[in-house]
Design a protein around this ligand. Sequence first.
Ligand SMILES: CC(C)(COP(=O)(O)OP(=O)(O)OC[C@H]1O[C@@H](n2cnc3c(N)ncnc32)[C@H](O)[C@@H]1OP(=O)(O)O)[C@@H](O)C(=O)NCCC(=O)NCCS
Length: 152
Amino acid sequence: MERAAAELFRPLGLLTLTDDGAGVQSKADHARAIANGLSLVLECNGERAGFAMGEPRDLDVYLQEIDVHPDFQRRGLGAILLNAFIEVVRARGAASVILSTFRHVPWNAPFYAKHGFAELPQTDYRPWMRAIEQEQAKMLDLSTRLFMRRTL
Ligand SMILES: CC(C)(COP(=O)(O)OP(=O)(O)OC[C@H]1O[C@@H](n2cnc3c(N)ncnc32)[C@H](O)[C@@H]1OP(=O)(O)O)[C@@H](O)C(=O)NCCC(=O)NCCS
């Protein structure tokens, strides 16, 4: 599902996932998110339509990945999934949801801004965010990226 959803990026040349599974969240990442109670699967008419997963970081939760399968995109399901994830995080008493995304892609930063996320100034980046950036720098142009936060 993650690879299928990422096809949206292909024409932009910003991100291409290979068919061998490289670049997608690993089974271990999913297992950790499930164990942490931060793995949501969205079903639509009995079919799996999307997922969101995260991990606790200090007092916050990092939204590691959110995807809606292309067959289900642009029907408001991404918004439902995002809001469900936020409610799960709120229920755990975390301070905020933080994510990393593309600045100028319509379904990334502008989509999150529509749902209450604001850009995090670089001066507020924590060490774990810098570590994520270091990993991203291996396959992405960091000037296209930003961290966003929704305070709860
Ligand atoms: C981000 C994502 C989960 C949103 O899922 P969705 O079910 O399409 O979300 P919604 O229908 O609630 O809202 C999508 C909004 O994104 C924007 N958007 C999505 N696709 C777009 C496109 N092709 N062109 C322009 N805007 C687009 C629009 O604002 C749209 O709202 P609208 O349909 O009311 O105009 C989905 O686009 C996806 O899986 N993308 C690929 C993976 C990805 O980018 N994940 C997030 C990484 S940080």
